[in-house]
Design a protein around this ligand. Structure first.
Ligand code: UD1
Ligand code: UDP
Length: 389
């Protein structure tokens, strides 16, 4: 069975990693890794190959950034050549980025079977480009692997045949569980002045309380007024709790475009590292450093899809700065609250979280580290009982 696995953007790397590891165990599978290079900066791509020990991609498409149509079209043009040459039996796409829909659409026109990992999630908000990518990819897929029950319900409602849908758990959590221990060795807390040894030995490390922030949704960071409202809420929250903010390149670009650098520069920089308050703005972090910060954070504020799931798996309180989520299990069972994007609501929710023990939640069904194994077993049609230990 010749399988092409597609990655393109940061969240894809964590999702494809466990699948590739699992495929290596089966000599019946020949696995090829294609990187579209939708993300290409060292700290949005290469760093994850090193830290997650992913194999070097067999093929790079070199598409880079552009408008939605430009990026999607370039991926399709390049990926078509790969499919014609390699003639795979199956293409695996993950998540909801432009690389996901572009490769699925290209494969479907060449009558190649498609597996969508993380199928069925719906925010019911078509203003999000990801919602369009999710719906269309699901329409074209032959195997729809879902992470939570809502995915199955959504797909059945949309008329997808039941025998194509498989509730397998969450490959992103497979990766988190695999690397959580390694992340404990990260030096990031020391480097940011958040942890001191106090001369008492490694067990007695003291960690200063902090909040971790990530933001990159166009609705939050591309619209000046929305972005300023969110930044003003952070300005208020930092008076109560230090904020660590690794900034996505889209957002960094907007700080410059909206001429906001000066306004926020007094909060960041070297001197803020030594203070208990303030916002420390960083470049995007590697996976292990980010997981370490997330695990130790008093509170996470985010608009990321993956971070909502990882905080739920870690039992760390999360405030989602969006009006909706396509991952409702993180709210109904996990540690996530949807707080919207209005400044006052964000401040209120953050202060409530800071002054309480916070929502720990419980781990959703099948988020147990075995999702990739279930997927590969289904693809090989072995139907054997999945090991639980
Ligand atoms: C993309 C996904 C989004 C996902 C996010 C994960 C789509 C439509 N969006 O959003 O679903 O949550 O990735 O991080 O696929 N840039 C760089 N260096 C890079 C990559 C991007 O500087 O390595 C800058 C460029 O200016 C680019 C902008 O970021 O135009 C946006 O990149 P793009 O891939 O289009 O969308 P993301 O916001 O990253
Ligand atoms: N992440 C990271 N470094 C960062 C920010 C996020 O390693 O500075 C990881 C995070 O732990 C998760 C993934 O990137 O595994 C989420 O990606 P992102 O938020 O870019 O995309 P989304 O999940 O919203 O599509």
């Amino acid at each position: 069975m010749k399988i092409i696995n597609v990655v393109g953007a940061r969240p894809n790397f964590m999702k494809i990693g466990p699948l590739i590891d699992e495929m290596k165990k089966h000599i019946r599978i020949e696995s090829i890794l294609v990187h579209t290079e939708q993300h290409y900066d060292e700290n949005m791509s290469r760093l994850f190959f090193d830290q997650l020990k992913l194999p070097e991609p067999d093929i790079y498409l070199g598409v880079g950034s552009g408008s939605h149509a430009q990026q999607t079209a370039r991926i399709m043009l390049e990926f078509e050549k790969v499919l014609i040459k390699e003639k795979p039996d199956l293409v695996i796409v993950v998540g909801d980025v432009n690389s996901t829909i572009a490769c699925a659409l290209t494969a479907s026109k060449l009558q190649i079977k498609i597996a969508h990992v993380e199928a069925g999630l719906r925010s019911f908000d078509r203003d999000m480009p990801e919602e369009i990518n999710r719906m269309l990819t699901d329409c074209l897929s032959d195997y729809l692997f879902v992470t939570e029950k809502s995915g199955e319900i959504n797909l059945l409602r949309e008329g997808v045949e039941k025998n194509k849908i498989f509730f397998v758990g969450n490959v992103m959590i497979d990766t988190l569980l695999k690397h959580k221990e390694r992340a404990k060795d990260s030096r990031i807390l020391f480097d940011l002045g958040l942890e001191s040894e106090d001369g008492l030995g490694p067990k007695e490390h003291k960690i200063k309380p902090f909040a971790l922030v990530t933001l990159h949704r166009p609705g939050n960071v591309d619209v000046r007024d929305n972005f300023i409202g969110i930044l003003e809420s952070l300005e208020e929250i930092q008076k109560h709790l230090k904020i660590i903010y690794p900034m996505h390149p889209r957002t960094r670009g907007n700080i410059e475009k909206f001429r906001l650098s000066q306004r926020f520069s007094f909060l960041e920089g070297a001197e803020s590292v030594s203070r208990d308050r303030g916002i420390v703005i960083l470049n995007p972090l590697g996976y292990l450093d980010f997981i370490k910060l997330m695990s130790e954070a008093r509170l996470v504020l985010t608009d990321s899809g993956g971070v909502q799931e990882e905080t739920t798996a870690l039992g760390v309180p999360c405030l989602t700065l969006r009006e909706n989520t396509e991952r409702p299990v993180t709210v109904s069972e996990g540690s996530n609250f949807i707080v919207g994007t209005k400044k006052d609501n964000i401040i209120k929710a953050a202060l409530t979280a800071i002054n309480s023990t916070g929502k720990k939640g419980r781990i959703p069904e099948k988020w147990d580290g075995f999702a990739a194994q279930r997927i590969v077993d289904i693809l090989l049609n072995t139907n054997k009982e999945v090991r639980q230990t």
